[in-house]
Design a protein around this ligand. Structure first.
Ligand code: IMP
Ligand code: MG
Length: 399
């Protein structure tokens, strides 16, 4: 499962809903920058590192390509039933997010001034960078006893204070000792006995380090082709991707956003849709559905099946607009990719083929919803397999 936009497509809810059909749920990218919210009746939990299948009692795997912040992991476990910890395995090959990575994230943002990315300040970019520099310990290195000398010297050169590192390392060892394992071995085992695993992506395709709107992206990969690399399984074992999309668009942080709207229309959608970051609380930027961007994401991931979320939000909004092309220097194109300048300059070409205003979902998918599904299936050449019309688990329609 991958996000097809800029994150916050409703992935947490979809994972929770589908997890019943799987033996295990595995996170394969990002770290505690993710905020996947699951709502069951009165109960609401936002997952940052733990896979969103936790409330369905599934085996929970964190793959090698995830950067693990033991402090956040400990906090998250303390909010969940005891049984969750027994189900959780963290791959020994995961890199850790150290206290210095979080400081460096803030320092870098400040240095960038007006070109800051608007990161979540969770230390994600620095932790992936420290891995590429071969400076930081993996979970398994920490358990064996890691010599932090070189890493400390490096951060001190950047004026980042390593204070508290020893205590952090001891506490991390205590937490991670019982969780350590091999996600790839576990997935192979599950597959051999005919079971299956749901791979839970975080962030969205357009935030991918290589294929997103660089430099306004996250520090790693958010696309389906990262699933086998991260988890240490062959590409053939990664299965069919499911894309998750919202029926409008949002983005947190800086960077190009061709269909962005501001003013009362945006404020209205933000307030109805509760579009505030689940990790940082920041108001999300709001935009209309962008079919150009979605076609790009769908092609990149090889998605044939999608889940569409938040129909209930547009049922309370009079307007519906979909961007069908970009206008750039006088001519229309359907090409998302290009330079940053290109994405910043393009003018969206809109159509308003339908409205969801006033639609109700008590008796299944109403006519307006069916029209949207038909429109998306035709425009995006995918099958819509799931529709969500509210954050509660029960407000889901399988098609
Ligand atoms: P970072 O991942 O904290 O480095 O942030 C890089 C960019 O990705 C910023 O624009 C963040 O707002 C965005 N981002 C990171 N994680 C998420 C997420 O889970 N949902 C939405 N945006 C995210
Ligand atoms: Mg989120």
């Amino acid at each position: 499962m991958v996000g097809l936009q800029w994150g916050d497509e409703g992935k947490g809810k979809v994972v929770d809903y589908l997890a019943g059909q799987y033996d295990a749920v595995a996170r394969f990218n990002g770290g505690s920058n993710a905020g996947h919210t699951v709502v069951i009746g009165e109960r609401r939990h936002t997952f940052h590192l733990i896979p969103s299948g936790a409330l369905k009692g599934k085996d929970l795997l964190i793959g090698a390509g995830v950067v693990v912040d033991p402090v956040v992991l400990g906090e998250e476990l303390s909010l969940l039933p005891d049984g969750v910890k027994r189900k959780l395995m963290v791959d020994g090959r995961c890199s850790l997010v150290s206290p210095m990575d979080k400081q460096l994230d803030a320092v870098l943002e400040e240095m960038k001034g007006s070109s800051a990315i608007g990161t979540t300040k969770r230390g994600i970019g620095p932790a992936y960078a420290a891995r590429a520099l071969r400076l930081s310990p993996r979970v398994s290195d920490l358990m064996r006893g890691f010599d932090f000398a070189a890493m400390v010297r490096f951060y001190e050169k950047l004026s980042v204070n390593p204070q508290g590192l020893i205590a952090w390392s001891e506490e991390s060892k205590r937490l991670l000792g019982s969780l350590l394992g091999s996600a790839s071995d576990r997935i192979t085992e599950i597959n051999e006995r005919g079971g299956n695993v749901l791979f839970e992506g975080s962030q969205g395709t357009l935030l991918d380090l290589l294929h997103g709107s660089y430099p306004f992206v996250t520090g790693t990969h958010t696309i389906a082709s990262y699933i086998p690399a991260s988890l240490g399984i062959p590409p053939s074992a990664a299965g069919e991707p499911l894309g998750v999309m919202k029926c409008y668009a949002t983005r947190v942080g800086s960077g190009p956003f061709p269909t962005e709207v501001t003013g009362p229309v945006a404020d209205n959608i933000r307030s109805i849709g509760n579009e505030y970051g689940a990790t940082t609380g920041r108001p999300r930027r709001i935009g209309w559905l962008d079919l150009v961007a979605l076609r790009y994401s769908i092609a990149l991931n090889g998605v044939k099946k999608v889940a569409v979320s938040k129909l209930d939000v547009l049922s309370q909004v009079k307007e519906f607009k979909a961007c069908v092309a970009y206008k750039y220097q006088g001519s229309e194109s359907a090409d998302f990719q290009g330079s940053l300048a290109h994405l910043e300059e393009v003018e969206p070409v809109y159509e308003s083929p339908l409205s969801l205003h006033g639609s109700r979902y008590d008796n299944g998918l109403p006519e307006e919803g069916k029209k949207l599904v038909g429109y998306l299936e035709e425009e995006l050449r995918v099958n819509v397999s799931l529709v969500s019309h509210g954050e509660e688990r029960s407000k889901t329609i399988e098609l």
